[in-house]
Design a protein around this ligand. Structure first.
Ligand SMILES: *Cc1c(COP(=O)(O)O)cnc(C)c1O
Length: 397
């Protein structure tokens, strides 16, 4: 099945729900069993309920392990990422922190990409360090040379491609090849591309992480994360970690995320087309020195992106022609009518924020002094967005 068909037909079972097209919302804490024996069987991973049994959760005896609504979303995400198991968490960030915690103990060493999502870095130096995990940040362009950073105690290599804020693309197959040789677990934050445009598990990555909050839900009304694993060993470790830590989601949020998921392909194609129009226009703006977007032909990572991805998302950044005062930048952003000002992305509305990569880089150096702005292109008409931007760029003249 092609991905568009998977999006439409996976995670659904109408004739098990009296014919309802969508999976009903099974909102519960306690799960009742027909007998005491059935309850204890479920605790041991053998549920009398087919949806729970199929989900692969380690202990489907209680609501924290999920209900048929959760299982349906897990099922659909597994199918899309070509994984064996999917765990849901309360946010994208919590998916990252649970995945790292599951595989790292005191004395272990973690290789973390320098361009990781800011809160991922914060978790590393704030929490993992405190628990005795050693961390080395590495250049996103390191490729096969990551071999030189591997230690006897290296347990996990974490990737994010393209990276947050500056969008460097990693050579995922090269890193995976090195990791496999040393028996190191690989994880990737795949939120930007979604499983629609990048398939890390099919390239040998062990764990793919999604901020469901972003494109998958797509409507800025749910916070959720997903950890999708390949292979029974990684799947069992994640399933247990999630159960033991009490990470869980409401069936209602899973229902909303499933509803969002159905239109993912249509939305991503529109996001991609709109972004191409905006990027092609922005390229000719004298106040823009550089566009950080791997699908842009002039990007140094264009070839790497083209080789690994089947499409591009709608989040990119620009380096402006000089360092503007904070006041001028505020005026620039505030004058945009259709670009919201706020964190996150992945919804239908466009967003804008200025940023400085310097404080969140250590393995590489951000030497650019000019102002940087990140744009998220929504589902508005790109023509309207361009008129809006044209007006705002006048502020920088
Ligand atoms: C937003 C984001 C996350 C975290 O998702 P939340 O659900 O907001 O916690 C993780 N990774 C990347 C790349 C993100 O942009």
């Amino acid at each position: 099945m092609k991905k568009e068909t998977l999006l439409t037909h996976s995670g659904r079972d109408p004739f098990n729900h009296s014919g309802a097209v969508n999976v009903p919302i099974s909102q519960t804490s306690t799960i009742l069993f027909p007998s005491a024996e059935e309850y204890h069987n479920a605790e041991k991973g053998k549920s009398c309920y087919p949806a729970a049994q199929k989900s692969g959760v380690s202990d489907p005896s209680y609501g924290t392990s999920g209900t048929p609504t959760n299982f349906a979303l897990q099922d659909a995400l597994c199918a899309l990422e070509q994984g064996d198991y999917c765990a849901l968490t309360s946010s994208g960030l919590s998916a990252i922190t649970h995945a790292l915690s599951a595989f790292l103990s005191a004395g272990d060493h973690l290789l973390m990409v320098d361009t990781a999502y800011g809160p991922t870095r914060r978790f590393c130096h704030n929490d993992l360090k405190k628990y005795g995990v050693e961390i080395t940040y590495y250049d996103p362009h390191i490729g096969k040379d990551i071999a030189s950073l591997i230690q006897k105690n290296t347990k996990v290599i974490f990737m994010e491609s393209p990276g947050s804020l500056t969008f460097e693309v990693q050579d995922v197959p090269a890193i995976v090849a090195v990791a496999k040789k040393h028996n190191i677990v690989t994880m990737i934050d795949n939120s930007w591309a979604t499983p629609l445009f990048f398939q890390p598990l099919s390239l040998g990555v062990d764990i793919s992480i999604q901020a469901v909050t972003k494109y998958i839900n797509g409507h800025s009304d749910v916070l959720m994360g997903a950890i999708i694993t390949k292979g029974t060993s990684a799947s069992n470790i994640i399933a247990k970690e999630i159960r033991y830590r009490g990470a869980c989601n409401s069936a209602f949020d899973c229902y909303l995320a499933l509803r969002g998921l159905r239109s993912l392909a249509a939305r991503m194609n529109a996001h991609q087309a709109n972004t191409k129009k905006v990027v092609d226009w922005i390229e000719n703006i004298p106040q823009v020195k550089e566009i950080m977007y791997p699908a842009h032909k002039k990007s140094p990572d264009y070839a790497l992106w083209k080789k690994q991805f089947t499409g591009a998302a709608s989040l990119f950044s620009v380096v402006l022609d000089k360092k503007y005062s904070q006041k001028t930048l505020y005026k620039f952003m505030d004058s945009l009518k259709f670009f919201g000002i706020g964190a996150s992305w992945g919804g239908y509305e466009s967003l804008v924020l200025d940023f400085d990569p310097k404080p969140v880089r250590s393995a590489t150096q951000w030497t650019e002094d000019n102002s940087c702005v990140r744009f998220y292109i929504g589902l508005e008409s790109p023509e309207d967005l361009i008129i809006d931007l044209e007006k705002a760029f006048k502020v920088l003249k």
